[in-house]
Each structure stands twice: as C-alpha cells, then as structure tokens.
Write a protein that binds this ligand. Structure first.
Ligand SMILES: [Zn+2]
Length: 164
C-alpha cells in the first residue's frame, strides 16, 4: 500500500528561530498519518538539555516502579489469581470489570483468547496495581517504593523546568 503526501504545513517553533514541519500522508484507503519534524537547532539543543537534566531522576523512578511492580507480583499476584481460580471467563470479567465501561465482555473474550487467560490477568495486575487496586495488593514497602518514584518524577520535572 502506498502513502502519498497530501499536506505540508510549516509553523513557527517555540523559540521563533526555526519551524515545525508537519507532513500529512494518506493511503489508498483514505487513512491519514501525520509526522511532525522540529527544524530548529536552538529548540533541538534545548530539548536535548531538558532530556539530559531529567534523565537520572526518570531512570531512577522507572527502576523504583519496576521494583514495586515485581514485589507486588511476588507477594500478591498468587492471591489475586487464586481469588479468580475456578471461575469461568464471564465470572472473572464480572468480578474485575463489571463496574467499568471498558472492556466490554466481548472485548474481554477477544483479549483473553489472543493472550491466554493467565497472561492476560498477569498483565492486568501489572498495569493496575499502582493506581486502581485496593490496598489488599499493596503494603508499606511497596508504597514506599512508589512514593520514592513519585518524588523522583517531581525532581525530574523540576530539573527539566530549570533548563533555560
Ligand atoms: Zn526554535
């Protein structure tokens, strides 16, 4: 399938010395895609400096989150899976998602059939335990790791914001 350029737009970059180039392409099915290119050495240098200032904190935060996730998995995933053991897919969906608007039962079946139930539940646990799970899947050690991660993100934002 071929993609053809249908639009090319230049707008000023944040510092005003260069520009941002947006290119819109379209394929045979009229689906469009847009790429955006910053064409300004000053803004590029600033973005690189911002990324560099925040990187140590962001890397530390990511490591802390990963540790919290693996601790939670070690201690609580078995009981999370155990709670659902012996239930059929519909009951599992009802227990986990019936209060949410997403995924619908049909979408849940689709996801589960493509990844396998246990894999699906494991990734669900990994993606949700930080924010949406009740306290029964958390403890103080995990909370401390997550708090430290949050502090590192705040420090990253501060360091990034301080770049002139
Ligand atoms: Zn610029």
């Amino acid at each position: 399938m071929s993609w053809e350029e249908v639009r090319r737009q230049k707008s000023p970059c944040p510092c005003g010395r260069g520009f941002i180039l947006k290119i819109t392409t379209e394929n045979d099915w009229f689906q469009t895609d847009e790429t955006s290119d910053l064409e300004c050495t000053f803004c590029e240098a600033k973005n690189a400096a911002i990324a560099k200032a925040g990187r140590p904190y962001r890397e530390r935060a990511a490591a802390l989150q990963a540790r919290a996730r693996s601790e939670a998995e070690k201690r609580f995933l078995p009981s999370f899976l155990g709670r659902l053991d012996g239930k059929n897919k519909k009951q599992i969906w009802a227990e986990i998602f019936s209060k949410n608007s997403y995924p619908s039962l049909g979408t849940f079946y689709q996801h589960v059939s493509s990844s396998g139930l246990e894999n699906y539940l494991r990734s669900y646990f990994q993606s949700k335990f930080e924010h949406s799970f009740p306290n029964e899947y958390r403890d103080e050690a995990i909370d401390a790791l997550l708090r430290e991660a949050t502090e590192n993100i705040a420090q990253a934002e501060k360091a990034e914001g301080a770049v002139e």
